[in-house]
Ligand binder design. Structure first.
Ligand SMILES: Nc1nc2c(ncn2[C@@H]2O[C@H](COP(=O)(O)OP(=O)(O)OP(=O)(O)O)[C@@H](O)[C@H]2O)c(=O)[nH]1
Ligand SMILES: [Zn+2]
Length: 354
């Protein structure tokens, strides 16, 4: 596949120059295994691993390749195997907090132009969740588009769309059905040749089904049956980044049961511009919007211009981010300490050499 089809552009070409000088090839990651990556290159698909050096210098998981990344490779001819020497700078990325005790950034998709925030129009429909996704989207650098999926299951589609538009000013909202195909073509219009879109949403929201519809045939396993499941039937090699026949690229992301924010101070400002603007006209610049006199936020809550549920959601997200930042700080300090320990040890063994 040629690089332009895969989303290559001048900025990547520029960043790639030092690698090109060393005879490396460019490729785009379409699937991440545990320590292996599947990569599209001009010569075809390869299975790649990172160099020891890259692994050694990595501080967190964000320093490893992710789906959507452009990487510099050396390919071992005839084997379909390759080594990744570097990752080109990402122009956008989606991160979430990894599951488990240690807070770590996990990149679910990189170099995404448009992100479809997929939310089902069924009993799962939840404005507060959409606000969370929107925050993540604004932070990522990609342009958000809200997709209300399973429109065939909802009697009040227009009403729901209007509610969403009210909490997401300026963001396009599309109701779609993978069953009736309503709205699917409109989405395809965002994914023109060389452009990348990612689908983000809860598990079961209908992301994979939608990709199949946009692709025109079944390339994603849907309904929880995935390659590797005992019971799952074998489908084509699972890929998270697919190239549409009409051009354009789509990234499927694993459904998130719980969306844990990683970072998002900027996103918060953009998503809740209405609240932030009100706060700016509070009498005290460090107003906590609780009992202070001259609080514009409280005033708006009283007269109903600001919805209480929306404000609560804002406060909750703000707290969560503050907590995350404190933890991140700690993790960074530890990583730094570890790095210096390694450097000292290396220096010591160097000195002790005969
Ligand atoms: N009625 C209706 N059902 C749909 C629609 N889209 C998807 N579904 C069903 O919803 C279920 C989940 O769809 P998936 O596409 O697997 O959902 P997903 O978001 O990819 O889920 P994960 O892979 O777990 O993240 C499947 O049983 C689909 O058949 C739709 O437009 N209408
Ligand atoms: Zn206030």
């Amino acid at each position: 596949m040629d690089l332009i089809t895969l989303g290559w552009n001048e900025a990547f070409a520029k960043a790639f120059e030092p690698y090109a000088a060393k005879g490396h090839q460019a490729g785009r990651v379409y699937l991440e295994h545990k320590h292996l990556y599947r990569v599209y290159t001009e010569q075809g698909d390869v299975l790649a691993e990172v160099t020891g050096r890259l692994r050694h210098e990595a501080i967190g998981r964000g320093d490893f390749p992710a789906v959507g990344d452009w990487v510099a490779l050396t390919v071992r001819e005839g084997e379909g195997r390759a080594t990744i020497h570097g990752i080109l700078p990402r122009f956008s990325k989606f991160s979430r907090k990894t599951a488990g005790q240690v807070t770590e950034e996990q990149i679910v998709a990189a170099n995404v132009d448009t992100v479809f925030l997929v939310n089902a129009l069924n009993q799962d429909f939840n404005l507060r969740r959409i606000e969370r996704y929107l925050l993540l989207a604004w932070e990522s650098g990609a342009r958000p588009v809200i997709v209300l999926s399973k429109a065939d299951l909802c009697a009040g589609v227009e009403q729901a769309a209007a509610e969403v538009e009210a909490i997401a000013p300026g963001v396009p909202v599309h109701a779609v059905s993978s069953l009736s195909l309503e709205g699917v073509l409109e989405l395809a219009a965002y994914v023109t040749a060389g452009r990348t879109a990612a689908l983000l949403g809860s598990s079961g929201a209908g992301k994979s089904t939608l990709i199949n519809r946009m692709f025109g045939s079944e390339i994603m396993a849907t309904g929880g049956i995935r390659e590797g499941d005992d019971k799952g039937k074998h489908t084509t090699t699972h890929r998270e980044l697919v190239v549409l026949p009409q051009g354009g690229l789509l990234i499927d992301t694993p459904g998130m049961r719980e969306l844990q924010l990683w970072e998002g101070t900027e996103g918060l400002e953009t998503s809740f511009r209405d609240v932030e603007e009100l706060a700016e006209s509070c009498r005290f610049h460090d107003c906590s919007h609780r009992k202070e006199p001259g609080c514009a936020v409280q005033e708006a809550l009283q007269d109903g211009t600001l919805d209480q549920a929306r404000f609560d959601s804002y406060v909750k997200l703000q707290k969560e981010l503050a907590y995350q930042l404190r933890k991140e700080d700690k993790a960074l300090q530890l990583a730094e300490k570890d790095k210096w320990k390694k450097i000292h040890q290396a220096a010591k063994s160097q000195r002790n050499r005969p």
